[in-house]
Design a protein around this ligand. Structure first.
Ligand SMILES: *[C@@H]1O[C@H](CO)[C@@H](O)[C@H](O)[C@H]1NC(C)=O
Ligand SMILES: *[C@@H]1O[C@H](CO)[C@@H](O)[C@H](O)[C@H]1NC(C)=O
Ligand SMILES: *[C@@H]1O[C@H](CO)[C@@H](O)[C@H](O)[C@H]1NC(C)=O
Length: 652
């Protein structure tokens, strides 16, 4: 027994020392060329390479954990990491940029160069998908909402208004990325432009793709430029000889790979998105994908053989208000609008919290089996255990009704969208809620009618009292108060009220991330009527939940369970932590719908309709000492905030 152990140790030491790191293998004798697609195998610096990449979106993982997630990727045998670049986060206001500590709410996630350098230190190459459109189930597909203030803009096209903003953005972004290219001694081996462009107008606007390519070249990008489309859609989303075409799919692997081979004979074959799982919509059931299914298709891809990027390796979290939405109809913006959950776990190879899954081990085994060019891999990092902190009792509260007058206000004759309010240095409001307020006399049986649709939900308050229905289960989405009903109406009062305050609290539940581009949020599709007469001269209030604002709230009152906790309110409690903070999940299953804010940072949305019931709260957002837990609850509150170690789902 002892001898066998020693022999094994000796053997593995010898084997290990024979293997080189990625960078030793591909750059030891200097760098003379980058990734090439001129032959059936990729070559990097003249040597054959199979690319085994995994997607990690730096903007969906806390910065403190980037290194840990990258090491786990490398330890499974992957040799590259892929990420999209979210334009909306890096240019939060027109012409104002944030690449880390730039003052935006997401500033800590935006240290893009640090992410690329860490990947290189962890012995990984990098694939960049620069957009400008990224889809990614991310808010507005990565577009900044201030673009909606432009009237004559046509998204994802050679339209001059659109391209003027794209050019300005790329001329800032690309010089930063150019420094990190493989042939300059950096990590980036490939750049994708656009995303599944064949889906948009069959990819007809080749001028647009050419303009994106020219911007890349003009900014010193010398590595391979690629596009990615579903292979069954044909070659409309690319331009032969100018881009290297890759494919996105999760089934019919051989047929899809055959398509790619036939489109580009003599070139390498690469899957840019092999979907390891899927995302969740609010009001539906939790998506899962069995490990056997993942494994079978993954093996077919490696056996073919093709290079691959597994989308996602770790999905992470749509923190803040950054989850997108799908429009499942593609023709009508509103009836099939389906907002995506805060968690982007994706049932990927690592969980949202970074745990290894069966899919991780399956991928590790298959890459070891098929990789013709093995390299030296790190140990798998040990997992850090999460903690179910003791419940935090709600101690203080403020009603939304009391808060509204303290917000900056905007006067308008007709109600306008949140993007069109003259706030944030002329950029309008991007995220959160917007309140439309009017003081008026109401008669008994006054009927409110909202012409058009609400984007996306509305709560109606009369003198601070909620008169619209609760949204607690999936079927409630069909009631008054959501996008689903056109020209919806609601009875406001049973009695005559003089100088009543009418508040319409409208929520942006995430902009559609593909297929629809004109999608302002708020009430903008028509008039707001009472008993058939349009009401004019509204006060609008942006409710953005920016950190500085939440931290400055001062009207807190003591909370009591016996209060009316059935109207929109902001609640506060303290989480005392006496040692090093640990990861945890916030359990919101007995609250109804709203957002959780931890130490001023909007962790994300929760909704009892599910499937997601818990919010991942990473340790780096907590401090040793007193942590402020704030909840904005739109409907009925609980009296405490609970914590659990693992995520909970409720299916519909
Ligand atoms: C490298 O790839 C070429 C085809 O692109 C192939 O002919 C050659 O055998 C490969 N070399 C190795 C060492 O795998
Ligand atoms: C909604 O109201 C508008 C304006 O009154 C009208 O043109 C439209 O046909 C109505 N839609 C429905 C579905 O009733
Ligand atoms: C939610 O409420 C139910 C019924 O009161 C209770 O059984 C359950 O333990 C509660 N769950 C949490 C997480 O508070």
């Amino acid at each position: 027994m002892c001898i066998r152990v020693i022999v094994l140790i000796l053997f593995s030491t010898l084997c290990a020392s024979a293997l080189q790191t990625n960078y030793d293998l591909y750059t030891a004798n200097g760098i003379s060329s980058g990734l090439s697609v001129d032959r059936p195998d990729f070559t990097l610096n003249g040597k054959n390479i199979s690319i085994y990449s995994g997607a990690i979106h730096y903007f969906r993982v806390p910065r403190v954990y980037w290194r840990n997630r990258l090491t786990k990727l490398r330890a499974a045998g992957f040799n590259a990491v892929e990420t999209y670049i979210p334009w909306n986060l890096h240019e939060p206001q027109s012409g104002v940029y944030d690449f880390g500590n730039g003052g935006s709410e997401m500033e800590d996630f935006l240290h893009l160069e640090t992410f690329i350098e860490l990947a290189q230190r962890e012995d990984l190459f990098v694939i960049i998908r620069a957009g400008p459109f990224i889809c990614a189930e991310f808010e507005y597909g990565g577009f900044p909402s201030w673009l909606l203030r432009e009237r004559d803009i046509a998204f994802r096209s050679s339209n001059s208004v659109y391209m003027q903003y794209v050019s300005r953005w790329f001329n800032v972004l690309l010089p930063i990325l150019a420094k990190h290219q493989f042939t300059k001694g950096g990590a980036i081996i490939m750049f994708q432009v656009e995303n599944e462009f064949a889906q948009k107008d069959k990819g007809n606007d080749k001028t647009y793709l050419n303009e994106l390519r020219q911007l890349m070249l003009d900014n010193g990008i010398v590595e391979i430029l690629s596009t990615a489309d579903n292979p069954w859609r044909g070659v409309g989303g690319t331009i032969r000889d100018e881009f290297f075409m890759t494919g996105n799919f999760d089934s019919d692997a051989i047929q899809n790979l055959d398509y790619l081979r036939s489109y580009q004979p003599g070139k390498p074959i690469m899957v840019m998105e092999y979907w390891s799982g899927w995302f969740d919509y609010w009001g539906t059931s939790h998506q899962t994908k069995a490990v056997e299914e993942f494994e079978e298709i993954f093996e077919q891809i490696l056996w073919y053989p093709a290079s691959v990027n597994v989308y996602m390796f770790i999905g992470g979290t749509n923190f803040g208000f950054l989850s997108g939405a799908e429009n499942l109809a593609f023709d009508d913006l509103n009836t099939k609008f389906s907002p995506i959950t805060t968690s982007y776990d994706y049932t990927a190879l690592l969980t949202e919290a970074g745990d290894y899954t069966d899919k991780y081990y399956a991928a590790q085994r298959l890459i070891a089996k098929y990789n013709p060019f093995p390299t030296l891999l790190p140990e798998m990092p040990a997992l850090v255990h999460r903690k179910a902190y003791s419940s935090v009792a709600v101690q203080e509260q403020i009603t939304l009704y009391e808060v509204i007058p303290t917000l900056p206000s905007f006067v308008t004759y007709h109600p306008v969208s949140m993007e069109n309010m003259d706030i944030n240095n002329g950029n309008g409001q991007s995220y959160g809620y917007v309140v439309y307020r009017k003081t008026l006399d109401l008669d008994a049986n006054s009927l409110l009618k909202i012409v058009g649709r609400v984007c996306d939900t509305v709560i109606v308050l009369v003198n601070g009292k909620r008169v619209s229905p609760v949204l607690a289960k999936a079927a409630d989405l069909n009631n008054f108060g959501t996008w689903r009903t056109e020209n919806s109406s609601l009875k406001l009062t049973d009695e005559d009220l003089r100088d009543a305050t009418l508040d319409l609290v409208v929520e942006n539940w995430g902009r559609v991330n593909v297929g629809v581009y004109y999608q302002p949020k708020g009430l903008w599709q028509g008039d707001i009527e009472i008993n058939g007469e349009p009401v004019h001269d509204w006060l609008m209030y942006p409710l953005e939940f920016k950190k500085s604002w939440t931290d400055s709230l001062s009207q807190w009152k003591t909370f009591a369970v016996s209060d009316n906790n059935d109207e929109p309110k902001i609640y506060r409690g303290n989480l005392e932590i006496s040692d090093t903070p640990r990861d945890t999940y916030v359990d919101m299953e007995n609250w109804t719908k709203g957002i959780v804010i931890v130490n001023g940072f909007v962790l994300g949305r929760y909704a009892r309709i599910g499937p997601q019931q818990t919010l991942y709260l990473p340790a780096p957002f907590l401090i040793e000492g007193s942590n402020q837990i704030v909840v904005f609850e739109e409907f009925t509150s609980d009296s405490e905030v609970k914590f659990v170690t693992d995520p909970l789902y409720k299916n519909n």
